[in-house]
Design a protein around this ligand. Structure first.
Ligand SMILES: N[C@@H](CCC(=O)N[C@@H](CS)C(=O)NCC(=O)O)C(=O)O
Length: 222
C-alpha cells in the first residue's frame, strides 16, 4: 500500500507543483502543514527530515525526498502507470528536465523567491526595477517555449507544466500577465485551469499567495 506524506503549505508554489502531480497520478497522501512564516521548518524534528528545511518534503516509507522537481520525477517514475508525465525517451526527457531547471533557477530563484523575500519576509516597501525585469524575462521565456507547442515541454502535459504553472500563477502577485503580449502564456494557463484537480491543487493556494502579497503594498524604485 502507498503511504505518502507531503510536508508543505499551500501558499508555496513548489508544494502546489507536487500536489498537482499527486492529483494527476491519483495518489492518496497525508498532508502535514508546516508553518514556514512561523519558522516551523527550522524545528529539530523537521531538520531531521530535511536539513535544507524546505517544503515540499515528501516522506515515502521512511525515506525523505525534497525539492519539488526531484519529488515529481520520483512520483512519476515510481507510481505512474505510464511515462507520459515524465517521458523516458531521452530527448523528450531532456526537454522536460530543461524546463524543470529553468523553473528552479530562473523563475523560482531569480524572479519569485528573490522578490518574495523582500516583500513578504523583509517587509520592504520599495523594490528595485531589476526585480520586475526578472519577472518580465520569465514571462518572455515561457511565451517563447510555448510558441510551437500546447504544453511547456511539447504537445502533452508533463511535470514541467505543473512546476511552471505553480510559480507563474504566483508571480502575477507582482506583475499582471498582459494577455495581448503573452497570448500563448495566457491560453496555456487557461488550459491548465481546466484540469479537474487544478483548483484544489494549485488555484486555491495561488490565490492565497496573491492575496498575501497584495496585503504588502510596494513601489518600484525609479
Ligand atoms: N527549489 C525548491 C524550493 C523550495 C523552497 O525554497 N521552499 C520554500 C517555500 S516556497 C521554503 O521551504 N522556505 C523555507 C526555508 O527555506 O526555510 C523546490 O522546488 O522544492
Amino acid at each position: 500500500m502507498v503511504e505518502l506524506t507531503l510536508y508543505g503549505v499551500d501558499g508555496s508554489p513548489p508544494v502546489r507543483a507536487v500536489k498537482l502531480t499527486l492529483a494527476a497520478l491519483n495518489l492518496p497522501y497525508k498532508y502535514v502543514q508546516v508553518n514556514i512564516l512561523g519558522r516551523e521548518q527550522l524545528s529539530p524534528a523537521f531538520l531531521e527530515k530535511n536539513p535544507q528545511h524546505t517544503v515540499p518534503t515528501l516522506e515515502d516509507g521512511g525515506n525523505f525526498i525534497w525539492d519539488s522537481h526531484a519529488i515529481m520525477a520520483y512520483l512519476v517514475t515510481k507510481y505512474a502507470s505510464s511515462d507520459e508525465l515524465y517521458p523516458k525517451d531521452p530527448l523528450k526527457r531532456a526537454v522536460v528536465d530543461q524546463r524543470l531547471h529553468f523553473e528552479s533557477g530562473v523563475v523560482f530563484a531569480a524572479a519569485l523567491r528573490s522578490i518574495t523575500k523582500l516583500v513578504l519576509f523583509l517587509n520592504q516597501t520599495v523594490i528595485a526595477q531589476t526585480q520586475i525585469d526578472a519577472i518580465v524575462e520569465a514571462y518572455d521565456f515561457v511565451e517563447k517555449f510555448l510558441q510551437n507547442h500546447d504544453y511547456i515541454a511539447g504537445n502533452s502535459l508533463t511535470i514541467a507544466d505543473f512546476s511552471l504553472v505553480s510559480s507563474i500563477t504566483s508571480l502575477v502577485a507582482y506583475l499582471d500577465i498582459d494577455q495581448a503580449k503573452y497570448t500563448k502564456l495566457s491560453s496555456w494557463i487557461k488550459k491548465l485551469e481546466k484540469l479537474p484537480y487544478y483548483e484544489e491543487a494549485n488555484g486555491k493556494g495561488a490565490a492565497f499567495f496573491v492575496s498575501m502579497i497584495k496585503g504588502k503594498p510596494f513601489t518600484v524604485a525609479k
